[in-house]
Design a protein around this ligand. Sequence first.
Ligand SMILES: [Fe+2]
Length: 275
Amino acid sequence: MLNETQLKHLDLFGFVILKNIFTPKELEILRSEFEIACKNNELKQGPYDNTYRYMNMLGKDTPFYASLIEDPRFYKPITQWFGDKSFGFEIHSYRYVNDTRWHYNDGSPNIYGYGAKYQFPLYEPVTAQTGALRFLPGSHKDPWQSELRQWWPFEDFKTQEKHNTSQAAMEIIDSIPYYPAECELGDAVLFDLRIMHSTWGGGIDRNVSCISYFHYPESPEEFDTMKKIIPSHWGRKDRWDQEEFDYFFSNPNKSPIRQKWINSYKELLALSSNT
Ligand SMILES: [Fe+2]
């Protein structure tokens, strides 16, 4: 459960750091499942070669990971923040390399399609200089987000030479004022997918994981946006992680929470195909 101050931080600043959300024993289990996922990934993509890799953790080989998305420690705060109709969509593990440009998440180019994400390290704590997420507090909201996006380090459309994936943007990351979400092992940071964030100074093969949820739309603008987002998640047969995604949403143990999420996906997909 989040307290009043944490909820206020999420609303005003767009993130909150949660201390000791995992026990040392749980971290051990997470690491052993992470290693299984890495092996599976290497079978598909070849031996690890210091390149960026990501893995879906909802499949049958990573059951503890998969359980986290419905675990009240993670799901309950999302419903406190975004309401009871919030629904889960992914758990990923990453083998990151190098710095991460300034950006916001979810592939939705506006303020109306959004959700929340937990991110946590597995093997090493993260600090401002070693790959912790850096946030621009409050940048999940307009008008500030729109103002930021008019400046090239935050500009995600490659219409000019300088934009947020250019060499110039990678070089300027560290000179932009930020708040670092430093995490010890066992901590996680919870943030709004719309917040501007980056990382700096992390080494090769930096291992972190994420649990992500969507906010169920409420206003007409939010419905319009989610109608565009949902078909890229639900009802597809060509996902890179189809096996893990399908396994989780086959709901083998008949979880009522998961069934509620499936119903939400179906409702939103039906709205998309009716437009
Ligand atoms: Fe991101």
